[in-house]
Design a protein around this ligand. Structure first.
Ligand code: DX5
Ligand code: ZN
Length: 220
């Protein structure tokens, strides 16, 4: 079953809890939380405090996407705030393997994100210790950007790399996913599809979530 993970970056801050409830009503089980520091990416979003305040609301998997420098310094704060999956960028970690060990030690699942220009080779050696690889299909920093088509072949090659090795690493795709491309991107081999703008701009969030989930799980 392919999972749709709404990205709260596009949420309406005043109505965030009712928007999350609307997705949950549609069967949503993952919530994507985009953390931006104004250094690794040219935008600032929110920190662990938001996760902490949302945590009592829901049992959904909190999928924290850290677009920050020195992410190893913040792993414990996000773990304590209620993140379930902590994803760091390969480009932000000199000692990526060590950072993943720090995440595992915190008791959380670990993911590695790759920018559109970063080759899969950046994670090839450490694939067996990754719970998830996040393929960025936009340059990180902002919601509402257009999907970069080059990502499709990268997802297919990663799917093959994981399957050939008999691993269970999840593939997440993030950026520019909408109702027109979700089925195609899912068919490339993605397990989790993040969507911000397309979902949050819908009139009825519950049915939008259900529709997108249905599309992602339909044969092409
Ligand atoms: C981009 C973020 C994405 C983004 C997704 O830096 O990591 O999660 O908010 O939003 P859309 O679907 O609007 O591209
Ligand atoms: Zn993200």
């Amino acid at each position: 079953m392919k999972i749709i993970a709404p990205s709260v970056l596009t949420a309406d801050l005043w109505n965030m809890s009712s928007q999350i409830e609307a997705f949950e009503k549609g069967g949503c089980s993952w919530l994507h939380l985009d953390i931006m520091d104004g250094h690794f990416v040219p935008n600032i979003s929110f920190g662990p405090m938001l996760l902490r305040s949302l945590r009592p609301m829901t049992e959904m998997c909190f999928d924290a996407h850290l677009m920050i420098e020195n992410p190893e310094d913040y792993v414990d704060a996000f773990a304590a705030a209620g993140a379930d999956m902590i994803t760091v960028h390969a480009e932000a970690c000199v000692h990526l393997h060590r950072t993943l060990q720090i995440i595992k030690k915190s008791g959380k699942k670990c993911g590695v994100a790759l920018n559109p220009s970063t080759p899969l080779a950046a994670v090839e050696e450490i694939l067996p210790v990754c719970d998830m690889i996040l393929i960025m299909s936009v340059n990180p920093g902002f919601g509402g950007q257009s999907f970069i088509d080059l990502a499709e072949d990268k997802i297919k090659r990663l799917r093959k790399m994981i399957d050939d090795r008999g691993l269970h690493t999840l593939i997440e795709v993030d950026g520019g996913i909408n109702f027109d491309n979700v089925q195609r991107v899912a068919a490339c081999g993605a397990d989790i599809l993040v969507s911000g703008n397309a979902l949050f701009s819908a009139h009825d969030l519950t049915s939008a979530f259900k529709d997108m989930t249905k599309l992602a799980n339909q044969e092409v």
